[in-house]
Ligand binder design. Structure first.
Ligand SMILES: [Zn+2]
Length: 387
């Protein structure tokens, strides 16, 4: 490979073009996987998750594993980051706090399998009333004003508070991490924590923080374009136009030990120009989460979680849910009931919703249970598509 074509998205953007070229040349010179992968054509192929999984050892090229994705049904992806790459991501998190007016004393409620234990950190599997005790203690004793957790956990906390007729007014900021953050969750969280600004990050184990929610136009997320090149590609493989949803393809300019070039991470989003005028960073919108979490219609089309989630959440009797597609015409619903739920009524409503969205061919199976576990890294999957 002496000459290669720069993908259309990068052309005419000097910084992106330069960094894309550099990482491709570096990978081709030093990484055995890319020496084969790039050899046959001048076009740089997409690195799908499947190809990455199949060639993970070659890509690691002898470097130790520093991070692993927590797959629900799939094989985890193993990643190597050198120390400077980790430091870069820590800086990105700090800088993101600046968009919201700087760092605040914070606490975390996260999975301790993925985060360090500390005085200000609580395991996310802790029962909701104990989480609330922890929050109140941190607020009164340590002056903590910011809470970092997963949207699904924040929603549980918020619902519990609202049902008890309570709010927590002291929190000034809530940072949602790791999972797709949906508008219907935000509504509940805002009611329970009325004085908190809501920040949210879009991140992944493979490339770290990808984008941060705009403080001024919350439907948009600004891209960490200094370290990542993002492409949004439509079904034909061409760049999406403004506002058109397509697959997110990421090139990490800085991970030289384990380069990830044109990595199709499995998410969908649309490119957008954010009108805030506060940051020159490009933006994305309509983030639709992991393609693995997208369900298939029996006719072959996609069904996005956002078409179902708000209504499932609003169904009386349901406290928590997980939708698992087992086959193109078979879906299992794991559900946790609220006290005094009328199970038959809840099932009737859910059946009507799924019939409206999927037609009559979809077979539904209800599994009412007492607990639905999170993935090992702490992430909670509300929708698990066919793998
Ligand atoms: Zn903006």
């Amino acid at each position: 490979m002496t000459k290669f074509n720069i993908p259309a998205t990068f052309i005419g953007r000097p910084y992106a073009e330069k960094h894309f070229t550099q990482i491709v040349q570096h990978a081709f010179a030093h990484n055995p996987f890319y020496q084969h992968f790039f050899a046959s054509s001048s076009a740089i192929p997409l690195l799908t998750r499947e190809i990455l999984q199949e060639h993970n050892d070659e890509l690691l090229n002898g470097h130790p594993v520093s991070g692993k994705t927590s797959g629900s049904t799939s094989i985890p992806v193993r990643i190597h980051w050198a120390q400077p790459r980790s430091a870069l991501d820590n800086r990105d998190s700090t800088n993101y706090a600046e968009w919201f007016g700087g760092r605040l004393p914070h606490m975390k409620i996260v999975a301790l399998t993925a985060h360090k234990a500390a005085e200000n950190t609580l395991e996310v599997a802790t029962k909701v009333p104990e989480q609330l005790q922890f929050i109140r203690r941190q607020v009164t004793e340590n002056g903590v004003r910011s809470l970092i957790s997963y949207p699904t956990n924040l929603e549980q906390l918020a619902q519990y508070l609202l049902q008890s007729g309570e709010q927590i007014i002291e929190l000034q900021r809530i940072v949602c991490m790791s999972e797709l953050f949906e508008p219907s969750q935000e509504v509940v969280i805002r009611q329970a924590f009325p004085n908190a600004q809501i920040a949210a990050t879009y991140s992944s184990t493979e490339v770290g923080m990808i984008a941060g929610r705009c403080p001024h136009f919350p439907e948009n997320y600004h891209i960490m374009a200094h370290k990542l090149g993002l492409e949004f590609l439509n079904a034909e493989g061409n760049p999406c136009s403004e506002g058109e949803v397509g697959q997110v393809v990421i090139t990490d300019y800085t991970n030289r030990k384990m380069p990830l070039i044109r990595y199709a991470i499995g998410d969908l989003a649309a490119p957008i120009t954010c009108p805030c005028g506060k940051t020159p960073l490009p933006a994305l919108t309509q983030l639709l989460g992991k393609q693995r979490g997208i369900l298939k219609h029996p006719n072959g089309g996609n069904v996005f979680s956002t078409q179902l989630s708000a209504e499932i959440r609003d169904t009386p009797g349901i406290r928590q849910f997980q939708v698992i597609q087992l086959a193109s015409t078979h879906i299992q619903l794991r559900l946790i009931a609220r006290p005094n739920a009328v199970i038959a009524d809840a099932e009737h409503e859910i059946r009507a919703l799924f019939e409206r969205v999927f037609g009559q061919a979809m077979q539904l199976e209800f599994d009412w249970c007492h607990e639905i576990p999170r993935l090992p890294g702490g992430k909670y999957m509300e929708f698990i598509g066919l793998s």
